[in-house]
Ligand binder design. Structure first.
Ligand code: ATP
Ligand code: MG
Length: 567
């Protein structure tokens, strides 16, 4: 490829719209351009990176026995009615109507379509297992699209779906995908970690997210300093405490205190000169099973995912003001468990043994001190419903947990029979009995993976692409294009790279060398071969390694094989 003929519209300035470095660099290096919120065009340079990333994914999926297909992007509503998701998927699902007033949606994911396909073409146990995948566009009407292609509305995903005869088979398929994912992210040159993720009502250890470790990640990951336990904070377990502080305190008399306009934990504990851990935070939720009250210690945070799983309810969200008032007879900020009637109360393990606690008084501007469990109110159960924090004990080995940030680039999930049951995807076993297929689904955000690679690997000069996904592996830069001898050597080296199958570009633009060097650095090409006057005089060229900044000299005739050895 010749730079002069290739479209790389680099920008000199940081674009104002970009908050994170990958977004800035993808815009500045001319990889993408925005069309609308969360909707991007991919330019030739970006397309090369996306294609190379997709190719690694494709090779590993094929190696794991999955078969590539292309599924329609526009999906009929009927399928979503069948699965029961049309009315529960929410606003991320972009719905539309055709000229006949028939309802459709833009595919945010393809469980319905694939289940429909497979139930139509697979009928016997002899045809199973199958794993089908595609690398294709998705649309999710994200509430806050941001960070460029990292959280876009339209984006490329690799999604695979496995179908097995039973649970055991599904677990084998799951494990195979886990291994394929590990190979993919290793080949892409990323620092990543598979972490246990919430598997919802399916339970078990059958949902993992693949996280690229990066400060700017939106996800919080819990990792153990001692063993290899790692989990999304949504899922990270906290064991029931064996020993509890404060249980030796004498129970004091409960007392109502005036706390005018004090709603927050800081305000109340500051005013009453006590600590947040002596406060019972009372959270009112509305759920598909009616209202519910959850109690956590004032210095802890509720984990809604764990709470939802505990209750096994379909929907759960913090209650609106009117429900809070109806239940507690007080405005938000003054709720407490004492005197609450006809509502289920669940308390976090962190409150076990809590003595002489502070709570809201269920009356405006009133709190209660010296509240005690059992004596003053009862809860239905104690459970693990809070977010794990730095320093909590590892649920596996008991050592201290740390929290790091990550970018979720992949997600593997055992689906069980959720879709096959709802959509009647069955096969006939050896005895001719009709049995539901057991499914799994496996996604990788291709654009997000590229952005994550950039988050993880860049410097002040631009992107430092891992060789596997760099748009070009080598750039040959003649310093002075009007010097015929230099150009001749540069062309010869470029041609030799191409002959040997190396993805090379020659910067034949009539520009100052400094500009060409800056562009090569910005775009993140791993190797730069500089052909200057010494190439002509002394038969020597420089190779700059983008990652380390190191410059090495080679004879013109040796440079191609020397670079190939380093790739
Ligand atoms: P998130 O929690 O980040 O919204 P998700 O749980 O909705 O992700 P999945 O449905 O598991 O994501 O999708 C599989 C993969 O698709 C994710 O691991 C991620 O890499 C990618 N992905 C999901 N949403 C987006 C998006 N809005 N933009 C780009 N990639 C995305
Ligand atoms: Mg999402």
């Amino acid at each position: 490829m010749r730079y002069s003929q290739f479209l790389i519209p680099t920008l000199r300035e940081d674009p104002a719209e970009a908050e994170v470095v990958s977004h800035k660099l993808m815009l500045r290096s001319g990889m993408i351009r925005k069309l609308a919120a969360g909707i991007y065009s991919t330019l030739p340079l970006g397309e090369r990176v996306i294609q190379k990333t997709a190719q690694v994914v494709r090779e590993e999926m094929n190696r794991a026995g999955a078969m590539e297909v292309t599924l329609p992007f526009v999906q009929p509503a009927e399928l979503w009615h069948e699965s029961g998701r049309w009315n529960v998927y929410g606003k991320e699902l972009l719905r539309l109507k055709d000229r006949h007033n028939r309802e459709f949606c833009l595919g945010p994911t393809h469980e319905e379509v694939i289940t429909d396909l497979v139930r139509g073409v697979v009928s016997s146990y002899k045809q199973l297992p199958v794993n089908l995948y595609q690398i294709h566009v998705k649309f999710r009407d994200e509430i806050r699209p941001r960070f460029g292609v990292m959280r876009a509305r339209e984006f490329i995903m690799k999604d695979a779906y496995s179908f097995d005869v039973n649970e055991k088979g599904a677990e084998v398929s799951y494990k195979r995908m886990y291994e394929a994912y590990s190979r993919i992210f290793e080949r892409l040159g990323l620092k990543f970690r598979p972490v246990e993720a919430d598997s919802g009502p399916i339970g078990g250890n059958f949902s993992h997210e693949f996280m690229v470790l990066a400060e700017t990640g939106e996800d919080m990951i819990v990792t153990c300093s001692e063993c290899d336990y790692a989990a999304n904070t949504e899922k990270a377990e906290i064991k029931k405490p064996e020993k509890v502080d404060g249980s030796k305190e004498n129970l004091l008399e409960m007392n109502r205190v005036e706390t005018p306009n004090m709603r927050t934990i800081e305000e109340v504990t500051g005013f009453l000169k006590t600590e947040a851990k002596k406060l019972i935070k009372t959270l009112v939720f509305s759920s598909s099973d009616g209202p519910l009250v959850a109690l956590v210690r004032g210095d802890h945070e509720i984990n809604e995912v764990k709470l939802k799983n505990l209750l096994a309810c379909n929907e759960l969200e913090l209650a609106e003001e009117n429900l809070i008032e109806e239940l507690t007879k007080a405005p938000r900020g003054f709720a407490g468990p004492v005197g609450l009637k006809d509502v289920k109360i669940v308390a976090d393990y962190g409150l076990i043994g809590g003595t002489n606690m502070l709570t809201g008084g269920n009356e405006k501007d009133v709190h209660i001190i010296n509240v005690n469990f059992d004596r003053d109110f009862t809860v239905k159960e104690f459970a693990d419903i809070r977010l794990a924090e730095k320093g909590d004990a590892c649920p596996r080995c008991g050592k201290s947990l740390s929290i790091t940030r990550g970018i979720e680039v992949g997600h593997i999930f055992k689906l069980g029979t959720k879709y096959s049951k709802a959509m009647n995807a069955v096969y006939l076993d050896e005895e001719g009995k009709s049995i539901e297929m057991v499914m799994g689904c496996y996604g990788i955000g291709v654009g997000r993976t590229v952005a994550a690679a950039i988050e993880q690997s860049h410097d002040k000069d631009g992107i430092i692409f891992p060789a596997a996904i760099a748009p070009f592996t080598v750039i040959v830069v003649p310093v002075n294009t009007s010097d015929k001898a230099q150009m001749h050597i540069a062309e010869k080296i470029y041609q030799e790279f191409r002959d040997k199958g190396v993805d090379a570009i020659i910067d034949d633009r009539d520009e100052r060398a400094g500009i060409k060097f800056n562009d090569a650095d910005m775009v993140g090409i791993p190797f730069r071969v500089t052909v200057g006057k010494f190439a002509v005089r002394e038969n020597s060229v420089d190779v700059k390694i983008r990652k380390t900044g190191e410059v090495r000299k080679f004879a013109v005739n040796d440079v191609v094989s020397a670079v190939i050895e380093c790739i």
